[in-house]
Design a protein around this ligand. Structure first.
Ligand code: SF4
Ligand code: FES
Length: 345
């Protein structure tokens, strides 16, 4: 198995592993950001250039460095390869440049954007952005396109990562959505502006790294850091039925797929991605539709953890939910008075 060194950490990985995935196996700060790669979507990656890294040594056999920075999501490791990510000033400078480019047309409307707090571009801007823009041009604007009553498209926030297009290509049938135009004129569209009404189309919301595709049923209801996520499941004929419920008080404001540490849809026990259907996502917004499994662990670096509840109170709440989890599907789960009220936890 090839041995690769990334920021001075060494790991042996299976043949054919990319640098990005090797870094993910090590974990921590040395994992490059990825705005377009998505492990559950075939052919993703190679569009955004946020994952650039420096290859100081190509392999044990040919120790020459690679002449320029390479996208880690598309570059396979070789035995003896030495890679620099966080420890390379060149990479940090390049990432700042990519961030600047991504923000040239992206509006700074985080205060009104539903993605705020979960936006990968916001994170990237926070870590690598500059205070000012050098661009003197007006940002691109678009005629609004209606893609149905469940999903809202803000084309001016799109970074053309192609993830949503790949979702439509790979997990829905009858694709009606893609990228039209080229270069500066490229935009995602439903071709003939028809609604994306496939049963799995809602997954485009979960894969979008920015606020270009958001859930209309959640729109403007709450800032995400005022909500409390819990893992839940139901028996569903169409999908895995394993979801994350986002509560505010005792009301479920939205339902999403479960995400992993890299903010990608979590894998199921059988190794497949846990995509969820539109019925689970948009139509099951009552606690008694679900069996609650556990409180979602929220990473401390996330703004969502500002509404921290992994305290003794939280553990007691979790124990209570596990007691009721044994109830047959569809029975009402007893939450207790104000158990999910953010003011009470
Ligand atoms: S809408 Fe979102 S997921 Fe689709 S290409 Fe644009 S940024 Fe990517
Ligand atoms: S994540 Fe590698 S190019 Fe976008």
């Amino acid at each position: 198995m090839p041995l690769v060194t990334i920021d001075d950490f060494q790991i042996e990985v299976p043949e054919g592993t990319t640098i990005l995935n090797a870094a993910r196996m090590i974990g921590g700060d040395l994992v490059p950001p990825a705005m377009c790669y998505y492990s559950s979507l075939k052919g993703s990656g190679g569009y955004c250039r946020t994952c650039l890294v420096k290859v100081e040594q190509g392999s044990a056999k040919d120790p020459r460095p690679m002449p320029k920075l390479v996208p880690s999501c598309r570059t396979t490791v070789m035995d003896g390869m030495v890679v620099r990510n966080e420890t390379s000033p060149e990479v940090i400078e390049a990432r700042a440049g990519v961030t600047e480019f991504l923000l040239i047309n992206h509006p700074l409307d985080c205060p009104v954007c539903d993605q705020a707090g979960e936006c990968k571009l916001q994170d990237l801007g926070y870590e690598h952005g500059k205070l000012d823009t050098r661009s003197e041009f007006r940002r691109r604007t678009f005629e609004p396109i209606d893609i149905g009553d469940k999903i809202k498209l803000h084309m001016n926030r799109c970074i053309l990562c192609y993830r949503c297009v790949k979702v439509c290509e790979q997990i829905t049938d009858g694709r009606v959505h893609g990228v039209i135009g080229r270069g500066d004129h490229a935009e995602i569209s439903t071709y003939i502006e028809q609604a994306i009404d496939n049963d799995f189309s809602g997954n485009v919301i979960d894969v979008c790294p920015v606020g270009a595709l958001t859930d209309r049923t959640f729109r403007f209801k709450s800032r995400v850091w005022y909500t409390k996520p819990v893992e839940a499941h139901r028996h569903c004929e169409k999908c895995c039925g394993k979801v994350r419920l986002w509560y505010k008080g005792e009301e479920i404001l939205r339902v999403t797929a479960r995400k992993d540490e890299f903010d990608e849809v979590a894998k199921l026990e059988n190794g497949e991605a846990g995509w969820i259907c539109n019925e689970c996502r948009f139509e099951k917004k009552h606690t008694n539709d679900w069996v609650i499994d556990e409180i979602t662990h929220v990473d401390r670096h996330s703004v969502i953890s500002a509404n921290h509840y992994e305290s003794d109170e939280g553990e007691r709440f979790e124990e209570k939910q596990l007691e009721t989890a044994a109830l047959p599907h569809g029975d009402k789960v007893t939450l207790g008075e104000g158990a999910l009220n953010p003011n009470n936890i």
